[in-house]
Design a protein around this ligand. Structure first.
Ligand SMILES: Nc1ncnc2c1ncn2[C@@H]1O[C@H](COP(=O)(O)OP(=O)(O)OP(=O)(O)O)[C@@H](O)[C@H]1O
Length: 342
């Protein structure tokens, strides 16, 4: 569940992709005082502030008071956030944050999920050499993992396996739920390719449409039978656009005319429409000027509150503040955990 304080940071609501709109507490207190004042006035006279004029209206006064206070409590509580949760294979609780959280019913819930990569090897068809050798790691939901390492060590190959673009020669990739004791509490589930969003290096080079809207919907199903999926995507479109801060940009605009940072935002929005269980970013800062890089880092800071993100990058210094776990890929496709800063 999205925590209230997390949603309110910087006044930005990540669940809805918009600004938080909540009347200040003074409005509620003022309304309550005003209505309560009506209770102690002479019931036979018309009370100008409330409009109540006889004993029967006492019940109305009490009712209105309760409603006003209840609406404040509802808007202030995590229960209000619950309605914005996303459909997902992965429960929205993170090991890296808080393991114990109260549900609506007040029951303590403490399970969490991880993307698990176990002993994965990859050898391209027709070749004799493994590019990846026994790669294993675990990425808790709603955390950001970083993989760095020498050029040619196999980082992009690993991302392609995670996105389902190639299949491991051996080993497995799956989603595992755990209980608070750290033990798996259900059988694992595969990580379907359609639940993984991937943004390759320099995604703007692959823009094909001549306006932002067409670019976003380019990969959507065209068949008439896919109506439900299209409706789901359409519902998420505005949220994705808000999420990445593209709401001020006209959907008619030519994507190629956007600034470098905004092109990256658009590439992210395209993936976010499907609300992926895993968002993979290959060198998200590459080729951007300092301002656009800072913008993308800030955006990732927001996104990691809602999504599980795996980044491959050489830009360790700029990303260090976002990283929950990091690994170094050595030549020969061997992955080792290595905390930052290195
Ligand atoms: N289909 C393939 N057949 C043969 N070799 C391949 C294939 N795909 C990748 N390789 C080789 O595997 C090695 C790892 O490539 P990969 O692109 O995964 O490295 P990388 O760590 O992402 O590098 P960079 O940081 O430069 O992007 C490279 O030497 C590459 O040439």
């Amino acid at each position: 569940m999205i925590q209230k304080e997390e949603r309110e940071e910087n006044g930005f609501d990540l669940a809805t992709g918009g600004d938080l709109i909540r009347p200040p507490v003074v409005v509620y207190v003022g309304l309550t005082v005003m209505v309560a004042y009506g209770l102690v006035e002479d019931d036979d006279d018309v009370e100008p502030r409330t409009g109540f004029k006889d004993d029967d209206d006492v019940e109305s006064c009490v009712g209105v008071t309760v409603v006003v206070m209840a609406s404040y409590v509802a808007l202030s509580s995590p229960i209000h956030c619950k309605q914005f949760e996303f459909p997902s294979l992965i429960s929205r609780k993170s090991r890296s944050r808080v393991n114990f959280r109260r549900t609506q019913a007040g029951v303590i819930s403490c399970d969490y999920s991880c993307i698990e990569v176990r002993d994965v090897c990859y050898r391209p068809p027709g070749t004799q050499l493994n590019i990846l050798n026994g790669v294993s790691f675990s990425l808790p939901e709603k955390s950001l993992g970083l993989i760095f390492g020498q050029s040619g060590s196999g980082k992009t190959t690993l991302l392609q396996l995670l996105a389902g673009l190639s299949k491991p020669t051996s080993g497995s990739i799956y989603v595992q739920k755990y209980g608070h004791d750290g033990k798996p509490n259900m059988s694992s589930e595969p990580l379907p390719p359609e639940r993984v969003g991937i943004v390759f290096q320099f995604p703007e080079r692959y823009f094909v449409a001549d306006n932002v809207l067409d670019e976003v919907i380019f990969g959507w199903p065209r068949q008439s039978g896919e109506l439900q999926l299209k409706e789901y995507l359409a519902l998420n479109l505005q949220r994705a656009v808000n999420w990445v801060g593209l709401s001020g940009i006209s959907l008619d605009k030519d994507p190629h005319s956007l600034s470098g940072g905004y092109k990256r935002r658009l590439a992210l929005a395209i993936q976010l429409v499907q609300i992926p269980d895993l968002l993979i970013l290959d060198e998200p800062l590459a080729g951007l000027d300092w301002k656009a890089r800072a913008d993308v880092v800030k955006l990732l800071k927001h996104l990691k509150k809602e999504l599980t993100i795996l980044v491959v990058s050489h830009d360790l210094k700029e990303l260090v503040s976002l990283v929950d776990q990091s690994w170094r890929m050595d030549m020969g496709g061997v992955l080792m955990e290595e905390p930052l800063p290195v």
